[in-house]
Design a protein around this ligand. Structure first.
Ligand SMILES: NC(=O)c1ccc[n+]([C@@H]2O[C@H](COP(=O)([O-])OP(=O)(O)OC[C@H]3O[C@@H](n4cnc5c(N)ncnc54)[C@H](O)[C@@H]3O)[C@@H](O)[C@H]2O)c1
Length: 358
């Protein structure tokens, strides 16, 4: 897509920002260069940090109390990128304050630590007419967006099965109600779970087994649409390894996204002629040859910047455009948060039991 620079937009949303920490500095504030956003106010418990971010990212005011910011400023939307309080995400409480103050909200992941908290946000969203979008960036990865387009095509057929690999451990069953021990799992499960939800829809049931060495798991999922999936949380892999692999199988074709960026589409087709035991050539016809994409890293382009490839700028542009149009987001909304959090809660069950999700 053609990307406008911030100052080229005729209309911009008036935005506040809660959280002046590490992730927002690296990956979220910088995306505002490419989105229709006028950053009006920033807020952090640490006022000095808020003042620094105010100057650095061109806001007009800095606060150390979000209620004061919401009272004093006239805002269309508020971005929230905060840390945990006693291992529980702060997003539900902040999002509810913001919606009640009349603004739309963008929150980072994980949106909540329980289905009940997501339901509370849904209730306030319905009451106030304000919406919440969650930063499930992987839905906006260039390669995952293209994968969605391919698997939605007639040519691909029904996406019948999916494999997603992501390195993450889960504690032993007896520790799964302990927020401190579940912190890492809660922090990361939204990454693979949002890909599963985006590509395959709602999960019907899940069954998993855990290995005793690193806490890795392999889960079998069924989806409401009749498809099946495997979520391999491959704890224990090397820190030098790429993290992810996604594969979707259709009808006579499949695709693979390797390392989040390399996408191969194996179109419907045959290997070279000759038949089994007689073919000397593995290369088939050009018109059915696999299609392969990876970014080039020579040009000073936007597509080879991490904030675009990893979905950060696209998700913020999408949210800002939803706010400008007063149109609730279809992607990464509270329904997505609900499905991701249902899967999180399912993993609190004992290994080896089939858990019904929907
Ligand atoms: N999507 C991704 O790729 C990705 C990557 C890293 C982190 N994250 C998420 O981003 C969030 C922040 O992570 P981080 O590493 O930047 O944390 P951090 O601790 O560096 O920053 C959080 C900041 O929020 C401030 N804060 C917390 N509650 C506040 C409140 N109520 N009012 C004002 N300020 C408040 C803290 O003072 C702190 O400065 C987490 O939810 C994390 O899971 C996402």
């Amino acid at each position: 897509m053609y990307v406008k620079y911030n100052f080229e937009y005729e209309q911009r949303i008036r935005a506040g920002f809660i959280g002046c920490g590490g992730h927002s500095y690296r990956n979220i504030y910088p995306t505002f260069q490419y989105a229709p956003i006028e950053l009006v106010a920033v807020c952090d418990f640490d006022k000095k940090r808020a003042e620094t971010y105010k100057s650095m990212f061109g806001a007009k005011s800095a606060y150390d109390d979000h209620i004061e910011m919401l009272d004093k400023e006239s805002l269309d939307a508020v971005f929230v990128v905060t840390n945990y309080e006693n291992n529980i995400p702060r997003y539900p409480k902040l999002a509810i304050d913001i919606m009640n103050a009349g603004c739309h909200v963008w929150i980072e992941k994980p949106p909540a630590s329980s289905v009940k908290e997501v339901q509370d946000m849904i209730d306030v969203s319905e009451k106030t007419g304000k919406f919440v979008m969650v930063g499930f960036k992987k839905v906006f990865f260039t390669a995952i967006s293209k994968a969605k387009e391919i698997i939605s095509s007639k040519e691909f057929g029904n996406p019948a099965s999916i494999y997603v690999r992501y390195p993450q451990s889960i504690p032993d069953f007896r520790d799964r109600e302990n927020p401190a021990k579940m912190h890492g799992f809660l922090d990361h499960i939204g990454h693979p779970a949002s890909i599963l939800h985006y590509l395959m829809g709602k999960t019907k049931s899940v069954y998993f087994q855990r290995e005793a060495f690193n806490g890795g798991t392999i889960a079998v999922l069924t989806f409401l649409n009749g498809a099946i999936g495997c979520l391999h949380l491959c704890a224990g892999q090397s820190g030098t390894s790429p993290l992810e692999r996604v594969e979707v199988i259709g009808s006579g074709c499949n695709l693979v996204v390797e390392n989040g960026v390399k996408l191969t589409y194996y179109r419907r087709g045959e290997r070279g002629p000759g038949g089994y035991g007689r073919s000397s050539n593995y290369i088939g016809k050009d018109e059915s040859a696999p299609i392969y994409w990876e970014p080039e890293f020579s040009l000073g382009q936007l597509y080879n910047k991490g904030i675009f490839m990893l979905g950060y700028a696209p998700e913020i542009i999408y949210f800002s455009e939803c706010v400008l149009a007063n149109r609730p987001p279809e992607k990464c909304n509270l329904e997505t948060a609900l499905e991701v959090t249902k899967l999180y809660e399912a993993y609190k069950n004992p290994d080896g039991t089939e858990i019904k999700i929907n």
